[in-house]
Write a protein that binds this ligand. Structure first.
Ligand SMILES: [Zn+2]
Length: 261
């Protein structure tokens, strides 16, 4: 079985102090955190997208309150006005499957641009956010206006170990902590190297390498015991499988792989 050809794409970024992203980081250092999505392609299979970036809808959804609070805390710079969908259109790629790692706005901003795609997500993650509105939603990083009305009709639930396409080529991995029910996926790349798309299990790769949490104040966003257990799991994987490429969504190292610039 051939592996998946994977391509990192991005339509925008935010920035944060390094000290927030990892304990021991510098307050003076500002880190650019790209919102990345990953295109997965394999001959004879329909193209798959893992997460879908901000899209310019993020800006319209955060123009007024309470969405504006999101923009104040994590301002987004959109560098592709037509979003990930625009990049894919230019490449002539039609997405049939979108995997949602979690429902934060920088991961599902473009979801409405894929009205014909199956959506893969964790039931636990969905149940935790689906009823949220107004300030309660924004506090969880959710902008309900980004979600298509017919979403539930297109959702296929996934959980730890789910074989997404029934052929063992891509499996889901639970990465709770940053968000309830957060999921990553693991697959073999077309070059034979195994890859784990780790979403926001951590923001920078040094967190899993050093097994070190982000700053304590980010605990208001996180389930810290779950976060720590996920980080520990990634740390062990990194130790046990040196060939495994672990890609956190917003890490600057992942950003060096962005193909659309
Ligand atoms: Zn997130």
């Amino acid at each position: 079985m051939t592996g998946w050809r994977w391509t990192v794409l991005s339509d925008g970024w935010t920035q944060a102090r390094e000290a927030l992203l990892i304990q021991g980081g510098a307050w003076r250092k500002v880190v650019r955190c790209a919102a990345t999505a990953v295109l997965l392609e394999r001959e004879a299979d329909d193209p798959v997208l893992f997460d879908c970036g901000y899209s310019s809808r993020f800006l319209s959804e955060t123009r007024g309150w309470p969405g504006r609070l999101y923009r104040c805390l994590a301002p987004a710079m959109i560098c592709e006005p037509e979003g990930i969908a625009g990049i894919l259109r230019r490449r002539g790629v039609e997405i049939r499957h979108v995997i949602v790692s979690h429902w934060h706005a920088d991961h599902v901003g473009g979801l409405r641009d894929f009205p014909n795609a199956n959506v893969y997500a964790s039931r636990e993650g969905w149940d935790a956010v689906s009823g949220l509105r107004g300030m309660a939603a924004v506090r969880q990083g959710i902008l309900p206006g980004l979600l298509p009305e017919d979403l539930l009709e297109r959702i296929r639930w996934m959980e730890e170990g789910s074989d997404l396409f029934g052929d063992g080529s891509m499996t889901a991995m639970a990465l709770p902590g940053h968000a309830v029910g957060q999921m990553g996926v693991r697959f073999e790349g077309s070059d034979g190297r195994p890859v784990l798309l780790a979403a926001d299990a951590c923001w920078v790769s040094d967190c899993y390498r050093l097994n070190r949490l982000p700053h304590r104040v980010t605990g208001i966003l996180h389930d810290l015991p779950a976060y720590q257990a996920t980080l520990q799991r990634l740390h062990r994987l990194w130790q046990d499988e040196p060939e495994l490429l672990i890609l956190p969504c917003h890490c600057p190292e992942t950003a060096t792989l962005i193909a659309n610039r």
